[in-house]
Design a protein around this ligand. Structure first.
Ligand code: GTP
Ligand code: MG
Length: 602
């Protein structure tokens, strides 16, 4: 909760003003029954004789001077007075609500922004641990709960106690015996509150967890819609969704069932109290002369009792909101309190002959045990070199290149770029040096040009076209009616696999990186397109260090050096010819691919 107040500090003025305005509203509400008493007692019952009421005689004297007044005169005067008080109260109420809304939405906005920035700064392993669904719930639903709570707090914090205390005081001033009625009613209410809230609060934190689960399922199903259709798994997935949905519903129903007790109990207590007041009041009028008990007093007492008991109801709602918000605050705090494991250094510019070097590097994915995914990696890649990595699926190729832009940090050993340990680099500067074409192309909804500009925001049209040309993407881009302005759907769904790969390569080239990493980036291209792409890369990217992962020998055989990776370590390293002679693993790959149609020689 401390954090909420910390965020609220920025809106301190509104946060203070709002309860102050609320005092005005409550004050007006508390005045109304008193005015009503004058109308009933003096205006109606006494035919305009205000001598029985101090308030009535004072107001009438100020407005109309001494004398006698007609019944209508009293009723209309106090009627108008009530209207004025209602309007003033209403004005305060609206202003209070406005201030509370502005402050709470401001807090929510700041919280969301900070949580989002935090999520963006977290490493892949950390976001994976939270799960996407949960992060989305935390940033939307949980923040909304907090907003509602802050708003409630600003409005009700003053309102309920004021109604409660003010109502009690007003009730006592009417007649002391009415206070006794309240004394009997309050313990019943307190007991109910204790029982209801004690049971409901623990369930609220469960609701958020169930919501996480539901979001997770929906997210997976929506993004994986194609696979679900392909495997005809609609029924299975519907069931999974149904289960998560029913779970959420049941938990909600459970808490609502508990909360449902409250209203009937309140109504019974309230009506019992009203009956008691009428009975006590009536008995006094009949049997005890001179107590000043009148019909108007009884009416006012009923209104005050309602206000007092309603204020208790409001407190309950506040507790309900607090308990929900507590669960949400805890969840948002978990995000805000997570320290990014990849911490940025401050080196921004470096020059060196060795573009990338790794010494004695071993790596294990966080929170996994057993054999490390990579071990004893020692490589030195020179500036401008084309370095290829080949190896069986699952041998650790992607994991190896993931260490270069610090998607993960090596468990042991050191990775250097231009001779500088990568931990010293400013993260932004480090990643700016590198363009990474991932194994799985990720594009975003937008035009082709917009997607390519991801590589470099201020790229000119010429640069974009050139990158597309090198990546062999120009042909298919121009085949669209709108060319570079053609719109591509979410995640690039409107492009073929090979088109997506070429778009990703072009996007990387637009950046003109110092180091270009291609992780199996040409796997979906036919051999002739791939050949053209390789030739274009060779002539156009003279100074660029290229690290290229591939499964096919044909893709790597022109590289300056090829590293053969096997079970997480580099078995052999050298040129195509050298490896053919000296590496058994490489020869095995070579002969297996030769057998499958002689693709090596294109
Ligand atoms: P292909 O892309 O199929 O050619 O394989 P690769 O050589 O790129 O293998 P990669 O480096 O992706 O994986 C090596 C090993 O690490 C595999 O056994 C994976 O199970 C494991 N691995 C890969 N990614 C992750 C990850 O994000 N978390 C964990 N815990 N393990 C991973
Ligand atoms: Mg891979």
């Amino acid at each position: 909760m401390k954090r909420i107040f910390h965020y609220l500090k920025k809106y301190a003025f509104l946060a203070v003003l709002s309860p102050l305005l609320m005092i005005g509203e409550v004050f007006a509400d508390l005045c109304l029954p008193k005015l009503m008493t004058v109308i009933v007692d003096c205006g109606i019952a006494a035919g305009g004789d205000v001598s029985g009421s101090k308030l009535g005689s004072t107001v009438m004297r100020i407005l109309f001077g001494e004398g006698t007044y007609s019944s209508m005169q009293v009723i209309i005067t106090f009627g108008i007075l009530m209207l004025v008080v209602v309007l003033i109260g209403g004005f305060f109420g609206v202003m209070c609500a406005y201030c509370a809304a502005k402050a709470s939405q401001g807090v929510g906005d700041d919280l969301r922004r900070d949580a989002y920035a935090k999520v963006m700064s977290l490493s892949i392993e950390q976001t994976d641990k939270f799960t996407t669904g949960s992060l989305v719930t935390r940033m939307t639903n949980d923040v909304t709960m907090i907003i509602e709570f802050v708003e409630m707090l600003l409005r009700m914090l003053v309102r309920s106690p004021m109604f409660f205390i003010g109502g009690l005081i007003m009730l006592m001033t009417l007649d002391f015996s009415f206070g006794i009625v309240m004394l009997c009613a309050l313990p019943v209410m307190a007991l109910m509150l204790f029982f209801v809230l004690g049971r409901a609060i623990p369930i609220y934190s469960k609701i958020q967890l169930k919501l996480d689960r539901l979001n997770c399922v929906v997210q997976e199903n929506v993004t994986g819609a194609r696979v679900i259709k392909a495997y005809v798994k609609e029924d299975y997935e519907s069931k999974r969704f149904e289960a998560a949905n029913a779970d959420l519903r049941d938990t909600n129903v459970k808490v609502q069932r508990i909360m449902a007790v409250m209203h009937p109990v309140l109504t019974v207590v309230m009506n019992a109290a009203i009956i008691a007041v009428i009975y006590i009041g009536g008995w006094q009028i009949d049997n005890v002369g001179g107590t000043g008990m009148t019909a108007g007093t009884i009416m006012a007492a009923i209104t005050y009792i309602t206000q007092v008991l309603m204020s208790i109801m409001m407190v309950t709602m506040m507790f309900q909101s607090i308990s929900r918000a507590m669960a949400s605050v805890r969840r948002v705090n978990e995000v805000l309190d997570t320290d990014p494991v990849i911490v940025s250094g401050n080196v921004t510019k470096t020059e060196g002959e060795i573009a990338v070097s790794m010494s004695n590097v071993s790596f294990r994915y966080p929170e996994t045990t057993g054999r490390p995914v990579l071990h004893d990696i020692n490589i030195e890649i020179k500036k401008g070199e084309t370095f290829a990595i080949i190896g069986a699926t699952g041998s650790g190729k992607t994991s190896l290149v993931n260490l270069i832009p610090r998607f993960y940090d090596a468990t042991e050993g050191e990775v250097r770029i231009d001779g500088e340990p990568i931990a010293n680099y400013d993260l932004h500067a480090l990643r700016q040096k590198i363009a990474f074409v991932m194994q799985k192309s990720e594009l975003f909804s937008g035009t082709i040009a917009e997607n390519l500009r991801w590589g470099k925001e201020d790229a000119t049209d010429g640069e974009i076209k050139q990158a597309a040309r090198i990546a062999q993407a120009e042909d298919f881009v121009l085949s669209f009616n709108e060319g570079y302005d053609a719109y591509i759907a979410e995640k690039g769904a409107s492009l073929s696999g090979g088109q997506k790969q070429r778009m990703s390569i072009a996007r990387a080239l637009v950046r003109r990186p110092e180091i270009l990493i291609l992780d199996d980036a040409t796997s979906a291209l036919d051999l002739s397109t791939e050949g053209k792409l390789r030739a274009a890369l060779k002539t156009e990217l003279k100074g660029t260090t290229v690290i290229m992962i591939a499964q096919r020998i044909a893709s790597v055989k022109d590289a300056d050096r090829i590293a053969v990776i096997d079970h997480g370590t580099i078995k052999d390293c050298g040129s195509h010819e050298y490896l053919l002679e000296h590496s058994e693993t490489y020869r095995d790959i070579y002969s297996s691919q030769m057998k499958n149609g002689g693709v090596v020689n294109e």
